[in-house]
Design a protein around this ligand. Structure first.
Ligand code: BES
Ligand code: MN
Ligand code: ZN
Length: 490
C-alpha cells in the first residue's frame, strides 16, 4: 500500500527513511529536498562506507537524530530518469522485506518521478512464499514491506492521487504475472490457469471469461493447441478474456503463449535448467493481467486477451516430428521439431483473434532461445508491422521496460518451406527469433501487429536486481498498459 503525505524527512515516523542517491564525480548526493540533519548523515555514511551511488547499492543504517528507525540509502546511478528512480526505490523496498513501513524522499516534484517512485516501491515489495512452510516468524521476515509513504511535502493533488492509484493497479497486475509464473507446473496446468483466470476476473467490471476445453478446441479446428497438448495428461485450453467498456473507439487483441511446462515434447530438451520452462506461460499471464488492469483502470478501449494454454510433454499420445496439423485458419503445418511449440499454439490464437477484426493485435511469448542469444536476459525483442512494432517499443521506453525492434526479413521465409504442408514449424537455426516471427506473421493477415519475444526477460535466473525479483519478473505488463492507454488518446 502506498500513501502520499506532507510529512517531512526528519520527523516522519517509519521503520526506514529511504533516500535516493545520484552518482556524482565527488561522491554521491541525495536527490530531493533533505534537511541538514539527513544530508549530514548521508555524507558521513557515504564517506565511511565509500558509497558510489551505483544502481543496486543499498545500505541500511541507524538514523540518529531522525524520527525514523533507520536510514536507507539506494543508488540511482548518474541520472534521475524515471526508470533510474523506479529501480532505486524498488531495490530499497526489496531490501526491506519483513518490515512494516517505509517513507521515501521523492527525488523531485515531477509527476513522472512520483509515478516511477510509486511503481518502484510496489514492484520491489514482492516475495513469493506459497511453498514455504517455515514457522510464522520465518514467514514474517519473508513477507514484503507492507506500507510505503511518499513524502510529497504538500497536499496531494487529484492528478497525483490518481497516478498512485494507477501505479497500484499496474503493479498488482505485475504481481499476478509473477505469481502465476512462479507457481509450480504441477499446480498450474492449462485447466488450472483457466480457473485462475476466472478467479482473477471475478468482480472486475465489464470483463467476461470464456474457456474452450479440449473438446471445443477439437471441434473448433484448433489444431495447434490440440497437437501441442495431446502428449500431456492435462489437456489444452484457450481462455478468452474480454473487457468491453461502455464507450470504446478502438479494440485491441492481446495474445499470449501459455505453455504451462515446455519439456520440448518428443524433441525433448536437455535436462539442464529444464525447470525454467515452468515460465513458458509468461505470455499468457501477461495478457491476462493486462486486460484486467485495463478494466480496473476503466480505459475506454476494448481489449480481448487470448491465453493459448497447453503442456508440452513427451508420451505415447504426443505429437511426432513429421505430424501435420491444421491451424484454426486452415493453414497446414508440418511439425519438424516438437520443441517449436509456442508458434503452433500462438498461430491458432492469433488466427482466432484477428478473425474478430481488432484494430491492433499484440502477442507476448517466451518464444525462442535465440532471443536470449541476440538481446540477452533483460531486453525483449519486438517484431511486427512497422507502426505497431514502433508503438510498442516507444510505449516500453516510456514505461521503463527494455524492448528493442527487430526486423522480419522476407528472404528468411524460405526457411519455413515444408516438403508436404503449407509451412514447416522450424527452418535454419540462424535468426531463430526472426524466423519464429515470420511464422507468426502468416496468421495475422493484414491486422497491425506487434510480437514481443521475451524469453529472457520474463524469468530472472541471475539473482534479484532493482525492483526485479528472482523468478517471474512480470515484464511486459507495463508496456501493454502503456500501449492501451495510448490507444485511448486516438
Ligand atoms: N520455450 C522455448 C523458448 C525458450 C528458451 C524460452 C529458453 C525461455 C528460455 C521454446 O518453446 C523453444 O523451445 N524454442 C526453440 C525453438 C527451436 C526448436 C526452433 C529454441 O529456441 O530452441
Ligand atoms: Mn519449446
Ligand atoms: Zn516453449
Amino acid at each position: 500500500m502506498i500513501s502520499l503525505t506532507q510529512a517531512q524527512p526528519a520527523t516522519v515516523t517509519a521503520d526506514a527513511l529511504v533516500i535516493v542517491l545520484a552518482r556524482r564525480p565527488d561522491g554521491p548526493v541525495p536527490l530531493g529536498d533533505v534537511p541538514e540533519v539527513v544530508a549530514d548523515l548521508v555524507a558521513s555514511a557515504a564517506d565511511v562506507l565509500a558509497l558510489t551511488g551505483d544502481p543496486d547499492e543499498v545500505h541500511r543504517l541507524p538514523a540518529a537524530g531522525l524520527r525514523a528507525r533507520s536510514l536507507v540509502l539506494t543508488g540511482a546511478g548518474d541520472g534521475a530518469a524515471p526508470e533510474s528512480v523506479r529501480r532505486a526505490v524498488g531495490a530499497a523496498t526489496r531490501a526491506l522485506a519483513g518490515l512494516a513501513n517505509a517513507a521515501v524522499v521523492l527525488p523531485d516534484d515531477g509527476l513522472a518521478t512520483l509515478t516511477a517512485a510509486a511503481e518502484g516501491a510496489l514492484l520491489g515489495a514482492y516475495t513469493f512464499t506459497r511453498y514455504r512452510t517455515q514457522d510464522q516468524a520465518d514467514r514474517r521476515s519473508g513477507a514484503p514491506l507492507e506500507q510505503v509513504q511518499l513524502l510529497l511535502g504538500h497536499r496531494a493533488t487529484k492528478v497525483e492521487t490518481r497516478a498512485v492509484e494507477r501505479a497500484q493497479v499496474v503493479v498488482e497486475a505485475v504481481h499476478t504475472v509473477r505469481d502465476l509464473v512462479n507457481t509450480a507446473p504441477n499446480d498450474l496446468y492449462p485447466a488450472a490457469f483457466a480457473d485462475a483466470a476466472r478467479a482473477a476476473a471475478k468482480g472486475v467490471k465489464g470483463v467476461k471469461v470464456t474457456v474452450l476445453d479440449e473438446k471445443a478446441l477439437a471441434a473448433g479446428g484448433f489444431g495447434g493447441l490440440i497437437g501441442v497438448g495431446q502428449g500431456s495428461a492435462r489437456p489444452p485450453r484457450l481462455v478468452k478474456v474480454t473487457y468491453t467498456p461502455s464507450r470504446a473507439k478502438q479494440s485491441v487483441a492481446l495474445v499470449g503463449k501459455g505453455i504451462t511446462f515446455d519439456s520440448g515434447g518428443i524433441s525433448l530438451k536437455p535436462h539442464a535448467n529444464m525447470d525454467e520452462m515452468k515460465s513458458d506461460m509468461a505470455g499468457a499471464a501477461t495478457v491476462l493481467a493486462s486486460v484486467l488492469a485495463a478494466a480496473r483502470l476503466g480505459l475506454p478501449v476494448a481489449v480481448t486477451a487470448w491465453c493459448a494454454l497447453a503442456e508440452n510433454m513427451p508420451s505415447g499420445t504426443a505429437q511426432r516430428p513429421s505430424d501435420v496439423l491444421t491451424i484454426n485458419n486452415g493453414t497446414t503445418v508440418e511439425v519438424l521439431n516438437t520443441d517449436a511449440e509456442g508458434r503452433l499454439v500462438l498461430a491458432d490464437a492469433l488466427a482466432a483473434a484477428v478473425g474478430e477484426g481488432p484494430d491492433l493485435v499484440i502477442d507476448a511469448a517466451t518464444l525462442t532461445g535465440a532471443q536470449i542469444i541476440s538481446l540477452g536476459r533483460r531486453v525483449a525483442a519486438v517484431m511486427g508491422t512497422d507502426d505497431a512494432r514502433d508503438q510498442v517499443v516507444a510505449a516500453a521506453g516510456a514505461a521503463g521496460e527494455s524492448m528493442w525492434p527487430m526486423p522480419l526479413p522476407e528472404d528468411l521465409k524460405d526457411g519455413l518451406k515444408s516438403k508436404v504442408a503449407d509451412l514447416a514449424n522450424v527452418g535454419e537455426r540462424w535468426g531463430g527469433s526472426l524466423l519464429a516471427g515470420l511464422f507468426l506473421a502468416e496468421f495475422v493477415g493484414t491486422t497491425p501487429w506487434a510480437h514481443i519475444d521475451f524469453a529472457g526477460p520474463a524469468y530472472n535466473t541471475s539473482g534479484p536486481y532493482g525492483y526485479t525479483p528472482d523468478g517471474g519478473t512480470g515484464m511486459g505488463v507495463r508496456t501493454m498498459v502503456a500501449v492501451l492507454e495510448s490507444r485511448c488518446e486516438h
